[in-house]
Design a protein around this ligand. Structure first.
Ligand SMILES: [Zn+2]
Length: 163
């Protein structure tokens, strides 16, 4: 599979979630260990055209892992920093780096590809339905860790979350 097909569309948001490696901020990346190429930059160039020197690819959808060219726009460094600041990024690493994260990268991707109802998926993974919705809406793991689940996998009750 070529890198240009290495994503999964999220029907609810229209985001294309990158399935390759992610950097610590949750941005999709391409390439080897030395240096990393931001996947969203490559998708932008492929679908929209060249990126002028000094310009950054920003996300309208607030989903760093999204590579849908329709959700990307160009900004200068100031816009990019402002974008990251507004969205609470730049300070924190994404959930997979966070020891409190409940789900691993592989599980998040499995949940994304799971076509069953949120309730069934939540019960399978022992997480709350809000977490399933959050994943399907392309939110980062940081958001997931903020959702405290009162529901236990062993309980027969409907999964609910303490907020
Ligand atoms: Zn998007």
């Amino acid at each position: 599979m070529s890198w240009s097909e290495n994503y999964i569309p999220v029907p609810e948001t229209g985001c294309w979630l990158w399935l390759g490696k992610w950097d610590v901020s949750g941005y999709g990346k391409l390439g080897g260990n030395v240096g990393s190429i931001q996947a969203s930059r490559e998708f932008y160039k492929l679908h929209r055209g060249p990126i002028a020197p000094g310009m950054f690819v920003c996300h309208k959808c607030d989903t760093p892992a999204c590579v849908n060219p329709e959700h990307l726009f160009l900004g200068d460094q100031a816009a990019n920093l402002q974008d990251m600041k507004l969205k609470g990024r730049g300070r924190k690493a994404a959930g997979v780096q966070n020891s409190n994260a409940r789900l691993g990268e592989a599980q998040v991707l499995e949940i994304l590809g799971d076509r069953r109802s949120a309730r069934l998926v939540a019960m399978d993974y022992g997480i709350c339905m809000q977490s399933v919705y959050a994943i399907r809406h392309g939110l980062t793991w940081n958001s997931l860790t903020k959702i405290a689940c009162s529901w236990k996998a062993s309980s027969r009750e409907k999964p609910t979350c303490a907020t």
